[in-house]
Design a protein around this ligand. Structure first.
Ligand SMILES: Cc1ncc(COP(=O)(O)O)c(C=O)c1O
Length: 435
């Protein structure tokens, strides 16, 4: 996954390739289908001019969209070669679990391949209702609502809850889906510096005399840095300034908390967090998303959110896999325990080698490399040695602070992690990233 602002893939890649193609001959741009008479009036003109991805591919320096032919635990097959994968979000290692596959197959047989309709009209299955009840119980909230993607969940909730006169307070590192939700909402957006509670309070205090509602929105685990939100401070500020709190727990559900309920459970603050957003595309080993909160509020989202209403409902297979994953999360805590053992191994191993992992507190482990070209060289060295990982370059990270983003899963073996560390050690020493 390329996260957050790397949704702006063009910018990210162009920067990479600008850096790496100095002095190289650019390859020919692909021929436009039809040459318009006046290119400056053609909305396709920018696409015709865009050759950087092709240039990067020709140089073997395009790290994104690499196709996986097969997957087995921490190992994937790419171009006929087995590679150790680091950076996926299969935190509990359930995507290949035979029980999830069986459940998905059975739902496919019962309900078919698609709902072909919106939840609002003809797309609600009994399975949606069953899953929403189960999720509400799991999250210890009165109600839950599912979405066809976590991204649509962010758009739906933020846009439905924050109106034109309301104010949204956002951590600068929040996921792109939340930022796009703010754009849809017409609310005033106040971005506070990442994890900076003084900055958040400054914004809240400055707005104290303004009308309208307030919603503080934060990732639970930040998808780039792996930091955990400072929820106790956020909740205290929300109380002081009369704000509601929403946590995007995409990377925390199944991962954080004594029973895997996420960031609020981790801090013992489940009752204080008003809305918890989740995605099924990570620990739940499926696809889709959900919101959990008060019944009246969830019902409002259900009847108002355009990205929920005007899209086809989540298919049965995906939901059946999630229902099975929920059972496993509760019955088999050892997946989460193994995940955290692996987190300890990777954090400890990288620290011992002298890498800077930017204070990560979670299975997401950024390795700070610095200059963009060095990050690309690091990625390439790891790739050639059989490790599948991805760099993140500006603008998805600050200039001069390029990283290689890694993450661990429950199904990485000790041998795989040791091999990973060996490969990173060779790349890091060879490039002067570590001594
Ligand atoms: C923090 C965060 N929120 C939301 C999403 C969107 O989730 P989905 O993949 O289900 O669209 C992601 C996905 O990467 C994420 O990292």
């Amino acid at each position: 996954m390329v996260t957050q602002n790397s949704a702006h893939g063009e910018g990210l890649l162009s920067h990479t390739v600008d850096t790496l193609t100095m002095g190289q001959q650019p390859v020919e741009a692909s021929e436009p289908e039809r040459t318009p008479n006046r290119p400056e009036r053609d909305v396709f003109a920018k696409a015709y001019r865009y050759t950087r991805a092709e240039e990067a591919t020709a140089l073997g320096l395009h790290p994104y969209f690499r196709a996986i032919a097969a997957q087995d635990g921490g190992v994937v097959t790419v171009d006929g070669r087995e590679m150790i994968i680091t950076g996926s979000n299969d935190y509990l290692g359930l995507t290949q679990d035979p029980r999830l596959k069986r459940a998905a197959r059975a739902a496919l047989d019962d309900f078919g391949t698609s709902c072909t309709g919106s939840r609002f009209l003809t797309g609600t299955l009994t399975l949606h209702e069953e899953l929403e009840l189960r999720l509400a119980a799991f999250m210890r909230k009165p109600a839950a609502l599912t979405f066809s993607a976590g991204f649509l969940g962010s758009l739906s909730v933020v846009a439905a809850i924050a109106g034109r006169h309301d104010i949204l307070y956002y951590d600068r590192e929040n996921h792109a889906s939340l930022v796009d939700g703010a754009r849809l909402s017409f609310a005033t957006l106040r971005k506070f510096e990442h994890g900076d509670m003084d900055d958040l309070e400054r914004h809240l205090a400055r707005d104290a005399s303004r009308g309208g509602g307030r919603l503080i929105v934060t990732d639970g685990v930040f998808s780039m840095s792996g930091h955990i939100a400072k929820l106790p401070e956020i909740v205290a500020l929300a109380r002081r300034y009369g704000a509601r709190v929403m946590v995007d727990d995409a990377h925390a559900s199944g991962v954080l908390g004594p029973t895997g309920r996420g960031t609020a459970e981790h801090f013992g603050l489940e009752a204080e967090v008003d809305l918890i957003l989740g995605t099924f595309s990570k620990s739940f080993a499926s696809v889709g998303g959900f919101i959990a909160g008060e019944a009246k509020v969830v019902n409002w989202i259900k009847h108002m959110a355009r990205p929920f209403i005007f899209t086809a409902a989540l298919p049965a297979m995906q939901m059946a896999a999630v229902l099975e994953a929920l059972e496993i999360m509760d019955a088999e805590p050892w997946h989460r325990e193994r995940l955290w053992d692996n987190v300890g191994l990777l954090h400890g191993g990288l620290a011992a080698l002298g890498f800077d992992t930017l204070g990560t507190e979670s299975p997401i482990v950024p390795i700070l490399i610095g200059p963009d070209d060095l990050a690309m060289a690091f990625w390439r060295s790891a790739w050639d040695a059989g490790v599948f990982t991805t760099p993140a370059l500006p603008p998805s990270v600050p200039a001069g602070r390029a990283i290689v983003r890694t993450s661990v899963n429950a199904n990485h073996t000790r041998e795989q992690l040791e091999r990973l560390l060996e490969v990173f050690a060779v790349a890091g020493r060879g490039l002067g990233v570590i001594a």
